[in-house]
Design a protein around this ligand. Structure first.
Ligand SMILES: NC(=O)c1ccc[n+]([C@@H]2O[C@H](COP(=O)([O-])OP(=O)(O)OC[C@H]3O[C@@H](n4cnc5c(N)ncnc54)[C@H](O)[C@@H]3O)[C@@H](O)[C@H]2O)c1
Length: 359
């Protein structure tokens, strides 16, 4: 919700330039080129998909965690193969993007051989937008489930303290080449907390059904919302999904859980985030052609369904983000003045050239 008094101008940045800029800042802060490439690609993918709450704007907070030694930019995740279809990754308190990328690669390899691969990740950090992991599986032609836990932001149903994370649930299934795949990626709250941080950065108000302030009142002020709690979607069901993310990602992995994951904006200590990844080969019970034909039939049934009043078009989950990505790849990614200034301050600290922006 734009507030005309505080709203900032937006400038367009081209994706390849942004990716290189982010990569250089990461390298300047001690990340290897290999890992910086993974992290920069994930962040810019989020920006491209319109999930700019979980994109390059996270760089200043991630770099502060490195400077405060809460995150080890040089960590290399280790993999322990437990059964032919189950592996555990120890993120060694490095980037969540790297630990999850390594875990997803391992899960894909197991699924290619055995039809199924499951990876549990511990001692990791925030990995941003879950959909990039779903896309990693889709690029290998695989179905996937991607769970993570996160820092306390949401009360359990009936409670009023921050206890569970706004922990996203994501999953995906491939389509025929050139057709729309299924990509669900959703926080169990009415809105992801990143949307509140984005409104704060941009001087905007938020809808009053997103969060409560510290006194338990609905608020449109993002600063007050961050002091209070995010509201779960669908009442007790949203809070139960958030507990589910903690069971599979936290309890099961050996990472922090039950309200003990550190907020990515708190550079005082390691986050110890846990993730849970499952990859499934789509042609286990039929040929791949049959599977993708059935996916396409489902897609058509969904998008051709009779529309309710006021709706022009029905979208498949993930389709709006695919459309946004195509648009932003050709036009550029919008950034507000304050966001560019904040990224350029990080660039100055490690002698990287400023972002080049258009109009
Ligand atoms: N790593 C973390 O700790 C963390 C925590 C919270 C959120 N996140 C990320 O924040 C992002 C935003 O989450 P969100 O819940 O606010 O997402 P959202 O509400 O924007 O979208 C949720 C899902 O609904 C689908 N969708 C939205 N509008 C639709 C429409 N009109 N028709 C059909 N489908 C539609 C989207 O494609 C998406 O799959 C996600 O990428 C998530 O991974 C990450």
């Amino acid at each position: 919700m734009a507030n005309p008094e505080t709203q900032q101008r937006l400038h367009l940045v081209q994706a390849p330039h942004l990716e290189e800029f982010v990569q250089r800042i990461l390298i300047g802060n001690g990340t290897s080129t290999e890992h910086a490439t993974i992290v920069a690609k994930c962040l810019v993918q989020a920006d491209l998909r319109g999930v700019d709450t979980h994109g390059s704007n996270r760089i200043p907070s991630y770099m502060e965690r490195i400077r405060q030694k809460a995150l080890n930019a040089q960590a290399t995740p280790t993999i322990r193969q437990v059964t032919p279809v189950a592996a555990q990754v120890n993120g060694q308190n490095g980037f969540g993007f790297v630990a999850a990328h390594v875990g997803m690669k391992q899960a894909i390899a197991m699924a290619q051989e055995f039809g199924l691969g499951m990876v549990s990740v511990k001692h990791s950090n925030h990995f941003g937008m879950s959909a990039w992991l779903v896309k990693q599986a889709l690029e290998a032609g695989m179905m996937s489930l991607v769970f993570t836990n996160s820092s306390p932001a949401l009360p359990v149903w009936g409670g009023r303290e921050k206890l569970m994370g706004v922990s996203p649930i994501a999953c995906g299934a491939p389509a025929e080449p050139g057709r729309t795949p299924f990509i669900l990626d959703m926080a169990p709250s009415v809105a992801a907390r990143g949307k509140v941080y984005k409104a704060l950065r941009r001087g905007e108000k938020i809808p009053t059904d997103w969060a409560l302030d510290d006194d338990g009142n609905r608020t449109d002020d993002p600063a007050k919302a961050l002091q209070g709690v995010m509201l779960p979607m669908g009442g007790p069901k949203g809070s139960a999904l958030s507990i589910m993310m903690d069971v599979f990602s936290g309890v099961f992995s050996g990472a922090a859980f039950a309200g003990h994951v550190t907020n990515p904006y708190d550079p005082s200590k390691p986050a110890d985030v846990g993730h849970f990844l499952v990859v499934i080969k789509p042609d286990l019970f039929m040929t791949m052609d049959e599977f993708t034909e059935r996916m396409d039939y489902l897609y058509q049934r969904v998008v051709d369904s009779d529309k309710m009043a006021g709706v022009d078009r029905i979208y498949f989950p993930g389709e709006i983000e695919i459309i946004t990505e195509e648009q932003r790849l050709s036009e550029g990614i919008p950034f507000a003045d304050a966001e560019i200034e904040s990224l350029n301050r990080e660039a100055d600290l490690v002698n990287v050239e400023h972002l080049k922006v258009g109009q």
